[in-house]
Design a protein around this ligand. Structure first.
Ligand SMILES: C[S@@+](CC[C@H](N)C(=O)[O-])C[C@H]1O[C@@H](n2cnc3c(N)ncnc32)[C@H](O)[C@@H]1O
Length: 208
């Protein structure tokens, strides 16, 4: 889209105006707000990981919902201005050191993993989609490795190549999987969120 047209649409967008009026850093905050209004993901005492958090709209919304017993650890490759109640780790979540740092900051109970990670779009559709699928797979693996049995994960994915396989993978690992396209997600965007709840117990095979 031409830059001028993008700017016109951006500033006419009611969610951009609302974010400015309500002090949110990004219109993305309303996507999480709308999903949370429907699915009640965040409790006052939730321990939450926010993957791909910058500039911080999701984190801001989630932190506002938490009480003193709740905790939020956010991570992004990009820097993010501090937010009250949020521990921010700057790093590439696909790197083992960063992954381990986030796990250790969370502690031994994690109730909710949110991933809004998206690659920098190169404009080459097939490779952008493959990188987006790769980020979603890492977020799902992370969620499965650390969530409590009744925990949830909300993962951004893009409809296209690899989407059906991601959905099948989520269904193998969670008892309930729902697709969410909140009104704040632009209709022309292929993004949707997969919501997984209730980890399936790991069935180990016979020992050899
Ligand atoms: C759509 S933005 C997130 C918006 C954010 N949820 C909000 O509410 O403001 C996607 C983010 O994913 C981050 N990201 C992409 N790849 C990443 C990676 N490998 N590790 C950490 N963050 C990553 C990008 O830097 C970008 O800030």
């Amino acid at each position: 889209m031409a830059r001028n047209r993008w700017m016109d649409e951006h500033f006419a967008d009611p969610y951009v105006k609302r974010a400015q009026a309500e002090g949110y850093r990004s219109r993305a905050a309303y996507k999480l707000m709308e999903i949370d209004a429907r699915d009640r993901l965040i409790r006052a005492d939730s321990i939450i990981a926010d993957l791909g958090a910058a500039p911080g709209g999701f984190s801001q919304y989630a932190a506002r919902r938490l009480g003193p017993a709740g905790r939020l650890v956010a991570v992004d490759i990009l820097p993010m201005d501090p937010l009250p109640g949020v521990t921010f780790i700057q790093g590439d979540f696909t790197e083992p050191e960063c992954y381990a740092q986030v796990l250790s900051a969370l502690g031994d109970r994690v109730d909710l993993v949110i991933s809004d990670m998206a690659p920098n779009m190169s404009g080459v559709g097939a490779s952008d989609q493959a990188r987006a699928v790769g980020l979603a797979e890492i977020a799902i693996d992370f969620a499965v490795s650390c969530l409590t049995a009744d925990g949830s994960c909300l993962i951004k994915v893009f409809q296209g190549a690899g989407f059906t396989e991601l959905l099948a993978d989520m269904r193998r690992r969670f008892q309930r999987v729902a697709t969410r396209k909140p009104p704040a997600s632009r209709p022309r965007s292929p993004e949707v969120y997969l919501l997984g709840t209730g980890l399936r117990p790991v069935v180990s095979g016979p020992e050899s």
